[in-house]
Design a protein around this ligand. Structure first.
Ligand code: HEM
Length: 477
């Protein structure tokens, strides 16, 4: 178990259970869900550590909607949307995050929204939620298009020189620039460029902590030293930025909104340390997710020329060559559907971990107290009962008519229930603007002969650099 770095104390139960409420379903069966036999001692741990998404997909194909994995890592995979709804929404209080996951995350983000549980999470969510309202986020549209325009100006020369680009890295820089501008509304280019590798380092180490049976933070190593250095870098950059915002006052950036936020229930406000925790959480949760979704979108469009042509036609018709604004978003419907379909096939956050706080029954099977349950949107997004041609790229699935009768939990790239992503509107405002602007000026073609593999790390990103040719778009005036 990873010890939480924050002074939070946990009750003795395996995953910090809420008090038992009367009338909840009691265990009525001892039936264990089906699942792979695995190694007699290690169970399926090696397969899961090697590539958890493939292990989950394979297990779903063989064993169905609920799967039991044996071994030191006892987990139950839930693939059916009804079961997903049970855990993430209907009975969410009985399924907090596992303490190990919570503890590992809190080493980076302290007691911020991303890691907090219970009353501390609720308070954070109440204080933070108003800043993420779509009407507030609209004000960042111009910043997003400005950073995208800067990026594309740099691409012109690369296109003229016939140089291919690593789109994964370009989308990383762009999503970071957009996030930083919304958070601080200022040009902290140098500071922000130092946060990026520090967050990557911290996330990489955290991923190893979460998947390793022995906590690497407990033993001296070069990786641990780098991790601690990364945390120091994050703190040394964020604290002065927050302090400066507090001193200046009156800003309309997200950090200023958090500084001014008042909890409607208690009248309390965030301290600088709490704002540091929230902001580092936004870097952890809102940077690589966006860049990963954008990277897969360019990859999928390059493989599907007809979809790319439709997207191009929409962009040309709606924008007629001008820079998009947030008012154009309702008309960029196909662009939005392309992004939705890309996140169906490659959901950036591909596992949501929870832990049964008490015995339960799901789908007629016994879920014992302390059992880790996993929702894997990569699997649920391919469930053949809910998706025709699940492996195909078909943005038209997301027209209002085609989505009308779909199970609400069959598609959940932003999660579901009270812990649903707070940044979903932020992402769905930023990404269509970026895609429309790039499509206006360039066509991106995958460099021939490249093998592209998803890598289930902190996000489900392309494993290697994603090299693409830039072709200037003749339609651009
Ligand atoms: C394509 C982009 C994004 C995707 C796919 C995504 C996905 C998710 C998912 C699935 C969760 C819930 C995980 C769980 O239930 O265990 C989540 C939570 C969260 N996300 Fe996002 N996210 C994205 C962008 C963002 C952005 C841009 C921000 C902030 C600027 C953000 C901030 C957060 C925070 C703070 C949480 C924790 C919420 C809570 O526990 O109350 N995300 N995200």
């Amino acid at each position: 178990m990873c010890p939480p770095s924050s002074p939070t104390t946990y009750p003795s139960s395996p995953c910090d259970p809420p008090p038992l409420r009367k009338g909840l379903v009691r265990m009525t069966t001892t039936l264990v869900p089906p699942g792979p036999r695995g190694h007699p001692v290690l169970g399926s741990i090696r397969e899961i550590q090697r590539d958890n998404v493939s292990a989950f997909m394979e297990a779903f194909r063989h064993h169905g909607d609920i799967v039991n994995f044996r071994g030191p890592l006892r987990i139950n995979l839930l693939a059916h949307p009804d079961y997903v709804q049970h855990v993430l929404r209907d009975q969410h209080k009985r399924y907090p995050r596992p303490r190990k996951v919570q503890g590992c995350l809190s080493t980076i983000v302290g007691d911020g929204l991303v890691a907090a549980e219970g009353t501390s999470w609720l308070r954070s969510r109440r204080l933070t939620q108003p800043a993420f309202h779509r009407d507030i986020l609209r004000r960042f549209g111009d910043s997003f298009t400005a950073s995208t325009a800067e990026l594309l100006d740099g691409w012109e020369r690369r296109a003229r020189d016939g140089e291919p680009l690593d789109i994964k890295s370009e989308m990383m820089h762009l999503s970071l620039a957009n996030l930083a501008r919304a958070l601080f509304r200022t040009e902290w280019t140098d500071e922000v460029s130092r946060i990026e590798p520090a967050v990557q380092e911290a996330l990489g180490f955290t991923h190893r902590r979460m998947t390793s049976p022995v906590d690497p933070l407990k033993f001296p190593s070069a990786a641990r030293t780098r991790f601690r250095g990364a945390l120091e870098t994050i703190n040394s950059l964020l604290y002065p930025m927050v302090a400066e915002r507090r001193r200046d006052g009156g800003g309309d950036d997200l950090v200023s909104l958090l500084i001014d936020a008042v909890d409607p229930e208690s009248g309390g406000m965030f301290t600088d340390e709490q704002i540091r925790d929230e902001v580092s959480g936004f870097f952890v949760a809102g940077h690589e997710t966006v860049s990963t979704a954008l990277s897969w979108t360019w990859y999928l469009l390059s493989l599907n020329p007809e979809s790319r042509r439709r997207l191009q036609a929409e962009v040309d018709e709606v924008l007629a060559g001008r820079v998009p604004t947030v008012d154009d978003l309702p008309k960029l419907t196909y662009t939005t559907m392309v992004l939705q379909e890309s996140m169906r096939l490659y959901p950036p956050i591909f596992v949501y971990m929870r832990c049964a706080a008490e015995d339960d029954v799901i789908g007629g099977y016994h879920i014992p107290e302390g059992r880790w349950v996993v929702v894997c949107p990569y699997v649920t997004h391919r469930h053949p009962e809910f998706w025709d041609n699940p492996e195909g790229f078909e943005p038209e699935r997301f027209t209002p008519e085609n989505s009308a009768n779909r199970h609400r939990m069959a598609y959940l790239p932003f999660g579901a229930g009270p812990r649903k992503c707070i940044g979903d509107s932020f992402a769905m405002l930023q990404m269509p603007l970026v895609v429309a602007m790039i499509a206006q000026r360039f066509r991106l073609d995958l460099v021939e002969g490249q093998q592209v593999f998803p890598e289930p790390a902190i996000s489900l990103r392309p494993r290697d650099p994603l090299m693409m040719w830039l072709r200037p778009n003749e339609e651009t005036p």
